[in-house]
Design a protein around this ligand. Structure first.
Ligand SMILES: O=C1O[C@H](COP(=O)(O)O)[C@@H](O)[C@H](O)[C@H]1O
Length: 261
């Protein structure tokens, strides 16, 4: 990791979503100017979907070339295609179906009624292979150097589908794992691992609401990544914690920056 995580506190979750959507558009424009295309890893959950909804509503949304973006997911709930609880389904509903993406560049994780049936390990291996095929020699291992990787932070400090003390959180070799027995439903999931997350240039952790305050304080106060997976999520160039005031309410004073809006 380069340097300590940066913490940004917005007044409320709507403002946080709007500001993060604007930040994401700017980052995509920069990446497309520098490298021709951008790669973004989406997160599920309330905050991730809030950002996508704010993006959909933004008058600036056409400042990016949607056909030159690769979209990946940090995790997926292993359910049938089109299930309303799938992160992919929710992202389609709030944004993806409304913008001119190249379908070949939308890298959804497999569904439980897809080519691997209910074999979640096979689905994880297939996603790892897709990531490896997209990695270039200049990347840092078998995943692309994502421009931005977003993660919702759960009240228990989980990120993607990496839960405290779970086997997937301890993974050091594989880039994608099948998860069984997740404490948050549904129990079966597919998730990037911490090493894959840490290949990103920028990692943005999103947390809004008072139920996230303890998680943010714990992860930012030196907790270990096995007990607090969010503490192990950082980017190669930058790690940003994007919070609202309730989620920041338990941060130690030395971590609490001036409130932005
Ligand atoms: O189940 C999940 O939860 C986390 C956090 O969601 P939130 O609603 O508490 O913000 C999310 O990041 C993850 O992608 C999702 O599968």
């Amino acid at each position: 990791m380069t340097g300590a995580p940066q913490v940004v506190v917005h007044h409320d979750k709507q403002e946080m979503a709007r500001a993060t959507a604007a930040r994401l558009l700017a980052r995509i424009v920069d990446a497309q100017s520098a490298r021709g295309s951008a790669s973004v890893v989406l997160t599920g959950g309330r905050n991730g979907n809030g950002v996508l909804a704010a993006l959909a509503a933004s008058p600036a949304r056409d400042s990016v070339d949607w056909s030159r973006i690769d979209l990946w997911w940090g995790d997926e709930r292993f359910l049938p295609e089109g299930d309303p609880e799938r992160n992919h389904t929710q992202a389609r509903e709030v944004l993806l179906d409304a913008v001119p993406l190249d379908p070949a560049r939308v890298h959804a994780m497999a569904a439980s009624d897809g080519p691997y049936g209910d074999d979640v390990e096979a689905a994880a291996e297939a996603y790892a292979a897709e990531l490896a095929a997209a990695a270039r020699p200049e990347d840092h291992g078998p995943v692309p150097s994502f421009d931005v990787l977003m993660l919702g932070v759960g009240p228990d400090t989980h990120v993607a589908s990496l839960f405290p003390e779970h086997p997937g959180t301890r993974e050091t070799e594989r880039t994608v794992v099948g998860v069984r027995g997740a404490p948050k439903p549904p129990p079966v999931r597919v998730s990037l691992t911490l090493p894959a997350i840490r290949a990103a240039r920028e990692v943005w952790l999103l947390a809004a609401g008072e139920d996230k305050a303890n998680a943010a304080a714990l992860a930012l106060s030196g907790a270990g990544e096995i007990q607090a997976p969010a503490a192990g999520a950082y980017g190669r160039s930058r790690t940003l914690w994007l919070l609202d005031e309730p989620a920041a309410s338990q941060l130690p004073r030395d971590l609490y920056p001036p409130t932005l809006s």
